[in-house]
Design a binder for this molecule. Structure first.
Ligand SMILES: CC(C)(COP(=O)(O)OP(=O)(O)OC[C@H]1O[C@@H](n2cnc3c(N)ncnc32)[C@H](O)[C@@H]1OP(=O)(O)O)[C@@H](O)C(=O)NCCC(=O)NCCS
Length: 175
């Protein structure tokens, strides 16, 4: 019987030695306004070690990563600010998903999101949320997210710290 082809990539947790590659992917994917410096990227990894993933192939990093963290529904971290993990999270917040141009179109972005949502469901988190930037709303809608208004003025101000159009998006994680 013919053997099945191997997966073209695997997803694994991000490690400190990945950070130079992650910075390069970020620089190639985001407008300069959104770029985080090396110290911030390292701090994100320390804060989100069990909720940050990269895609890897036989030759190393494939040009895609996702940094997420546990949060509460309706809370937005201002651009560049430290995460502030709540004692009772109910939401997995996707902070930063990036796929470099050379790795686009292979499903790496959606695969990383599915990995994060599987963890959120295992932990019983009620929802996942994010701020959509760079006209990515349609991408997120296809993955089950919908725009949601923020009622709280402080959170609206945090959202406004994102240049351009930033849209708070949420999906409920039922069974
Ligand atoms: C958005 C992004 C993560 C998509 O990653 P990706 O792995 O290349 O996604 P794919 O190519 O597998 O796309 C999956 C589907 O979404 C579509 N898609 C990709 N980017 C899209 C976008 N910005 N808007 C609408 N649809 C999009 C693709 O056409 C594809 O459709 P298909 O399944 O019919 O072929 C990637 O383009 C990226 O890193 N962009 C720059 C960083 C960014 O803006 N991140 C989001 C910040 S909130």
């Amino acid at each position: 019987m013919a053997s099945l082809p191997e997966d073209p990539f695997k997803l694994r947790l991000m490690r400190p030695q990945d950070l130079a590659g992650v910075a390069a992917i970020q620089a190639s994917s985001y407008h300069p306004h959104y770029l985080e410096d090396d110290a911030t990227l390292a701090a994100r990894l320390r804060e989100c070690a069990d909720t940050s993933w990269v895609a890897e192939g036989p030759g190393g990093l494939l040009g895609a990563y996702l940094v997420a963290y546990r949060s509460v529904l309706g809370k937005v971290t201002p651009l560049g600010a430290h995460f502030d993990p709540p004692p009772q999270p109910n939401c997995l917040y996707l902070h930063d998903l990036a796929v470099a141009a050379h790795a686009a179109g292979q499903g790496l972005g959606p695969a990383l999101v599915r990995q994060a949502l599987a963890l959120a469901r295992r932990e019983g988190l009620a929802c996942s949320a994010l701020v959509s930037v760079q006209e990515s709303q349609a991408f997120w809608r296809r993955l089950g997210y919908g725009a949601q208004a923020l009622d709280d003025a402080q959170q609206q101000a945090h959202l406004a710290s994102y240049p351009g159009v930033g849209v708070y998006m949420v999906q409920a994680l039922g069974d």
